[in-house]
Design a protein around this ligand. Structure first.
Ligand code: PAF
Length: 281
């Protein structure tokens, strides 16, 4: 496994790789969700690269950039075990050198839900992902459904900017009690961790109602709100029942429909989602 620390080294290394090249962009603190992306990338590609970069541009001024979990040694051991070929570990001032002043702004789909709660978040994500695509030049890139809005933002960017990268989206990997795997789960205290599966419980209820034939979005929204309110530690920020592509809210469930939510448990903000109907993201 080759470690690459600079943009210049990476830009020249990608020229010699055996294609297809699959990229798994990450911010490190790797868990089974990331490793499922790596495994799929290994199946699909001759060469697999993982980037580990805690991207300052996607954190708001009062967010958790300084405390975001970092565990490079363990991450590298996990990637070595998976047979990853290249790991890109750039420094912030190499990605954003002094005077950096060009940003990728995706429109409507980035402006709602997470975009409302976290202004500039998706500008930071779209900018760093487009930079990674330009530096690494992957044939395919792998993302998790857990960050459903991020998936749609990147998909729109790829389409609108004619980027020649094929995007693969893999299902959310969950803990046995249903909690979606996330690097931020590490912030939860024992008590908060016990409360956290309420997110998926409420999404399961939405799936059951859909299976039972309920098509009224308001009924599903209310059921989710009720389930979240049974957990005193959980504070619901939003529930969205929307078209997965546009994120326009729906009154009547069509297929597919993205049901997504953001919930604060203590100081930790968790997001999760399910897609109702056949077909994922
Ligand atoms: O999903 C993430 O970990 C990040 O948003 C990404 C895609 C690596 C960009 O920094």
């Amino acid at each position: 496994m080759r470690l690459i620390h600079t943009v210049a080294e990476m830009a020249s290394a990608q020229k010699g790789v055996i294609r297809p090249l699959g990229l798994v962009p990450t911010m490190g603190a790797l868990h089974q969700g990331h490793l499922s992306l790596v495994r799929r990338a290994k199946e699909d590609n001759a060469t697999v690269e993982v980037s580990i970069f805690v991207n300052p541009a996607q954190f708001g001024p009062r967010e958790d950039l300084s405390t975001y979990p970092r565990n490079q040694e363990q991450d590298l051991a996990l990637l070595e075990e998976q047979g990853v070929d290249l790991v890109f570990l750039p420094q912030p001032d190499d990605i954003y050198p002094a005077g950096f002043d060009t940003w990728v702004n995706v429109g409507r789909v980035a402006s709602r839900l997470e975009g409302e709660a976290r202004p500039d978040h998706f500008r930071g994500v779209a900018t760093v992902v487009s930079k990674l695509f330009n530096i690494v030049r992957p044939d395919r890139a792998y993302f998790g459904q857990k960050d459903a809005q991020q998936v749609q933002v990147i998909r729109k960017m790829i389409s609108d900017l004619n980027l020649s990268v094929e995007m693969a989206v893999l299902p959310t990997v969950r803990e046995p009690d249903g909690l979606a795997m996330s690097s931020r789960n590490a912030y939860l205290s024992l008590q908060e961790r016990q409360a956290a599966p309420v997110l998926y419980r409420s999404l399961r209820r939405a799936q059951d109602m859909h299976t039972d034939g309920v098509r009224q979005a308001s009924a599903i929204r209310e059921a989710i709100q009720n389930i979240i309110s049974t957990e005193p530690m959980a504070h619901l920020e939003y529930v969205s029942i929307a078209s997965p592509e546009t994120l326009d809210e729906m009154d009547t469930i069509q297929e597919p429909t993205l049901v997504s939510l953001a919930v604060r448990i203590g100081k930790t903000r968790l997001i999760d989602n399910v897609v109702l109907g056949n077909g994922g993201l």
